[in-house]
Design a binder for this molecule. Structure first.
Ligand SMILES: Nc1ncnc2c1ncn2[C@@H]1O[C@H](COP(=O)(O)OP(=O)(O)O)[C@@H](O)[C@H]1O
Ligand SMILES: [Mg+2]
Length: 327
């Protein structure tokens, strides 16, 4: 059984993961090995030689994303599901979690500020003009966060304090589709890992501190009630979105965890950023999970229907070990 890791610029996490999987497999005498994926031009009629691929970079490289879809078609389990990841966006997942009863800051998606290249005023003539901005500000409140409807890495995230401030920033957003979101003035903030839609790890985090110091090494204890609520919300969110590796960020206001950001299918796991203790949890839990996935029987796909590829893996696959127990 082979596990492939597709990575971008990062080093510490994928290197440690490969080492840990190979070490575990050797110790447990399992026929499993992990390596970095090697790929060139990809024929459509063959899959890669991997049972499982962990994808850390296809959000930035279109070629990798389509390669991974083809890999799924040929029976490889890809983490995270490239079909769902392609379909998802932050605005939709705020709306989805809100429906599920999770606390979400009030959020509005806005028309793009500038026409996308090649389009004209007519291309967007269904839009009202002018928009009722007073209504928007009244609903969301000010200050508020203006950020991409699907983004990451704090790119184009602005805190706006007044209507003038909002318009000044909005006018710089070009063709990027943006959301305006209620500011959660938080007492505490947590970044939480979720692996395999099952294992959760809550990390105290202060986004106001300089990069590299945000993860707190000696945080105050979390109340049992808040911990239970966050764990429940993390699992609800990751199951609903079908992500096997994700982080969920919560801003805590008046004891209520508001889910701020949970479209992180290639979450930061760098040793120098997440702290050694968190790094150890992430490497160990992900290694175990990837090994477990490699031991599952591949799906036998008989019906080539789009929805087949969006099904949660945990429901559509039976693990060899689980299968053995029921025989
Ligand atoms: N609604 C909000 N209330 C308070 N802080 C927010 C809000 N939205 C974003 N932030 C702050 O901005 C940071 C980046 O926003 P986020 O939605 O996580 O974008 P990214 O995906 O780029 O990380 C968050 O970590 C948080 O500190
Ligand atoms: Mg974030």
């Amino acid at each position: 059984m082979k596990i492939g890791i597709l990575r971008g610029q990062e080093n510490s996490f994928p290197n440690a993961l490969i080492g840990r999987i190979n070490e575990k497999a050797k110790r447990q005498k399992q026929d499993i090995s992990a390596e970095f994926v090697v790929l060139g031009a990809t024929r459509m009629d063959a899959g890669p030689p991997y049972d499982v691929i962990l994808d850390r970079i296809s959000q930035d490289i279109d070629y990798y994303r389509t390669y991974l879809k083809n890999a799924v078609l040929h029976g490889t389990m890809v983490i995270n599901n490239p079909f769902w990841w392609s379909a998802d966006d932050k605005y939709f997942n705020y709306a989805l979690a809100n429906k599920m009863g999770i606390a979400i800051p009030k959020t509005v998606v806005l028309p793009q500020n500038t026409h996308p290249e090649g389009t004209t005023t007519d291309s967007m003539r269904n839009l009202m003009y002018p928009l009722n901005w007073d209504e928007v500000f009244e609903y969301v409140g000010l200050p508020a966060f203006l950020k991409p409807h699907s983004g990451g890495g704090w790119k184009m995230v602005y805190k706006v304090h007044s209507p003038d401030d909002f318009f000044y920033k909005y006018n710089q957003t070009g063709t990027t589709c943006m959301v305006l979101q209620e500011n959660i003035e938080f007492e505490e903030y947590y970044r939480c890992y979720c692996v395999g839609q099952k294992h959760t790890h809550i990390m105290a985090y202060d986004p106001r501190l300089p990069f590299g110091q945000c993860y707190l090494t000696d945080p105050p204890p979390i109340s049992a009630k808040l911990k239970k609520r966050m764990e429940g919300d993390i699992l609800k969110i990751c199951k609903a979105l079908g992500y096997d590796l994700n982080t969920v960020e919560f801003a805590i206001r008046d004891g209520v965890p508001y889910a701020i950001d949970y479209l992180n299918p290639a979450p930061d796991a760098d040793y120098n950023s997440v702290t050694p203790a968190n790094f150890e949890w992430i490497v160990e839990t992900t290694a175990d999970y990837l090994i477990d996935c490699a031991l599952r029987k591949p799906d036998v796909i008989k019906k080539y229907h789009w929805a087949t590829y969006l099904k949660p893996r945990t429901l559509s696959r039976t693990s060899k070990t689980a299968g053995a127990k029921t025989q």
